[in-house]
Design a protein around this ligand. Structure first.
Ligand SMILES: Cc1cc2nc3c(=O)[nH]c(=O)nc-3n(C[C@H](O)[C@H](O)[C@H](O)COP(=O)(O)OP(=O)(O)OC[C@H]3O[C@@H](n4cnc5c(N)ncnc54)[C@H](O)[C@@H]3O)c2cc1C
Ligand code: FES
Length: 284
């Protein structure tokens, strides 16, 4: 008998980390799928998502924020927004949630052998990028340089702050061509890094398009200007990748909730090269 693709499985929350204390609260959950056979089948790639749910409340599509090289648990960074995400925020370590997936396509990391990788993130958009960042750090010999450009409104809104600071200050990673460029939108006492929006930090840093891939995730307005600036820096359409976050229900290309033209973002995305994205209609 074929497996019901809608069937969620139980997963235990092993630990919870509060990432942000700013206007939008984000928590990162480390979860382990209870059923061993399903856990072994759940082989994700960076860029993919899963439906997280709470019985009696509903489900939300959330990016998998950990790398597949992490075999211990899956990370999900969830921003408290509405019904489901607020209920997830109420949970504690040891509680159960439901999970189904992994869903969607992925960043084609296998095609990026020895390429310089530039991630450009804003706010919660750093979640899918974190999966790539951890993957590239774990498999550094397969890639060229790694530039992590990331910004949020204030320091209280920066996700994965300690990890980013550690990587930024690590001589080990500096010698391996890994650089972190953090920014906040408005000045704050004690902040000696860039102040301004992410697209402006990108223009200031001027990463070279030579042998490079740029991946950007964040608010739509940030993505729009990041892409504009990447093109101005000489990046070609096929060197630029992003993700779409249309609202979703089934997650498997059946309900039609997430379509853009003839594409279903849940199945044909969420990862799109700009070469593909620019030919999509504005609305479904
Ligand atoms: C591919 C994909 C990856 C995602 N990854 C993450 C992630 O890693 N972390 C995370 O916190 N969120 C992520 N999201 C967004 C997340 O799915 C929604 O925020 C969540 O479903 C909201 O559910 P809710 O019940 O809390 O809010 P609801 O009660 O359904 O809605 C509250 C408000 O949020 C708006 N809203 C809900 N969903 C979306 C959406 N997808 N886009 C824009 N506005 C929305 C509603 O219109 C409403 O105004 C992702 C979405 C997609 C499609
Ligand atoms: S969410 Fe149902 S078709 Fe994409």
């Amino acid at each position: 008998m074929t497996e019901n693709p809608y069937l969620p499985r139980r997963a235990k929350i092993e630990s919870i980390k509060q990432e942000t204390t700013g206007e939008r609260i984000i928590k990162t959950f480390a979860v382990v799928i209870e059923d061993q056979a399903y856990r072994e089948r759940f082989q994700h790639k960076p860029g993919q998502c899963a439906m997280l749910g709470i019985n009696g409340v509903g489900e939300s599509m959330i990016s998998i924020a950990s790398s597949p090289t992490n075999k211990e648990f899956l990370n999900f960074s969830v921003m408290k927004l509405g019904k489901v995400t607020s209920a997830i925020h109420e949970l504690e370590a040891g509680d159960l949630i439901t999970i189904r997936g992994p869903y969607g396509n992925n960043f084609p990391l296998d095609e990026w052998y020895q390429k310089n990788i530039i991630t450009i993130g804003g706010g919660i958009g750093q979640a899918p990028l974190r999966s790539i960042i951890q993957y590239v750090l774990d498999k550094k010999g397969e890639f060229g340089g790694l530039d992590i450009i990331y910004g949020a409104r204030t320091t209280a809104d920066l996700c994965y702050r300690e990890d980013h600071f550690q990587t930024e200050q690590s001589v080990f990673w500096q010698r391996r061509n890994v650089r972190v460029h953090l920014s906040i939108d408005v000045p704050e006492a004690g902040w000696d890094r860039f102040v301004g929006v992410v697209p402006d930090n990108l223009l200031r840093l001027k990463p070279s398009p030579e042998n490079a891939i740029a991946i950007t995730c964040g608010p739509p307005v940030m993505i729009k200007f990041v892409i504009k600036n990447l093109l101005a820096l000489g990046f070609k359409d096929e060197q630029i990748y992003t993700t779409l976050e249309n609202r979703m229900k089934c997650g498997i290309g059946k309900c039609g909730r997430c379509n853009v033209g003839s594409f279903y973002v849940c199945k044909d995305g969420p990862v799109f090269s700009y070469a593909r994205l620019k030919n999509l209609p504005e609305k479904g």
